[in-house]
Design a protein around this ligand. Structure first.
Ligand SMILES: Nc1ncnc2c1ncn2[C@@H]1O[C@H](COP(=O)(O)OP(=O)(O)OP(=O)(O)O)[C@@H](O)[C@H]1O
Ligand SMILES: [Mg+2]
Length: 244
């Protein structure tokens, strides 16, 4: 198992966000965590790379509990796992090339020429070209997401954590991003966790799906089981007009 959460709980003050949850993330697969606003999806992603630490339970990364490492020890995890932040968050004052180069400057000793080549490769993977010198303000929402995706893969991560990759995008752009998530899985063999409340994204990209509700997984299983499940909450999501 690549990642395994065992009996993980997390509260903030008196508010219990996650109650004793278990999750298995298999290498090469895309695990979707579906849940409403405030359900704890972003908290879950942050736990995976130590931006937040659990109150109880274990977060096993290749079998090693990383729930309570020192800040400096998380470097070894974070250089293998990319995080696509909710909202995409590009640096507005930097052009696309500078945005892409950013993770490389911190973590590697590549020459300018190598950085440009890596950036070109990453942009090609997300099907963008000739955008290196554009600034975020001049990009559409969909292009920004793709640039953020290109930045997430530039370090050749083994895993990508996607926080709401399609929220706020129109249906066609959503479809483009959904396809890209699948393509990165296929071509880069990357393991992914996608958190979303967008059913179309869940349905398109998931190998496995876990439904987070009131701090617990109300359903966990393969996407085929989720589609066939008569669990009322899942049914509400599949058919209940959550296709915003
Ligand atoms: N650092 C923090 N301090 C206090 N409360 C927090 C902190 N981080 C998250 N929370 C609380 O935990 C709950 C879950 O937050 P989280 O951001 O994980 O929700 P989410 O499922 O990602 O929602 P959304 O779909 O709106 O992004 C919320 O009630 C939030 O206010
Ligand atoms: Mg969130």
């Amino acid at each position: 198992m690549f990642y395994e959460l065992r009996n993980v709980s997390k509260s903030f003050g008196s508010k219990q966000v996650l109650s004793d949850i278990d999750l298995e993330i298999t290498r090469g697969e895309t695990t979707v965590v579906l849940g409403g606003s405030g359900a704890g999806k972003s908290v879950l992603l942050k736990l995976l790379i130590g931006l937040i630490q659990p109150d109880t339970g274990e977060i096993l990364f290749e079998g090693q509990d990383i729930g309570h490492l020192k800040e400096s020890q998380y470097y070894a995890v974070r250089k293998r796992v990319s995080y696509l932040f909710q909202g995409g968050a590009l640096f507005d004052s930097m052009n696309v090339l500078q945005n892409l180069a950013y993770p490389l400057l911190a973590h590697s000793a590549l020459s300018d020429e190598e950085i440009r080549e890596r950036a070109r490769e990453s942009l090609e993977m997300v099907e963008l070209e000739n955008v290196e010198h554009m600034f975020p303000v001049d990009l559409s929402g969909g292009m920004m997401k793709r640039v953020a995706l290109a930045r997430a893969i530039i370090n050749h991560p083994e895993m990508i954590l996607y926080d709401e990759p399609t929220t706020g995008l129109d249906p066609l752009t959503t479809r483009t991003i959904n396809k890209l998530i699948r393509k990165l899985q296929r071509e880069l063999k990357v393991t992914s966790v996608v958190v979303t409340h967008d059913m179309s994204t869940a349905d398109f990209v998931a190998d496995k799906l876990s439904f987070l509700h009131q701090g617990e997984f109300a359903f966990s299983g393969r996407i085929e089981e989720a589609r066939a499940s008569d669990h009322p909450l899942l049914r509400a999501y599949f058919w209940g007009g959550h296709h915003e």
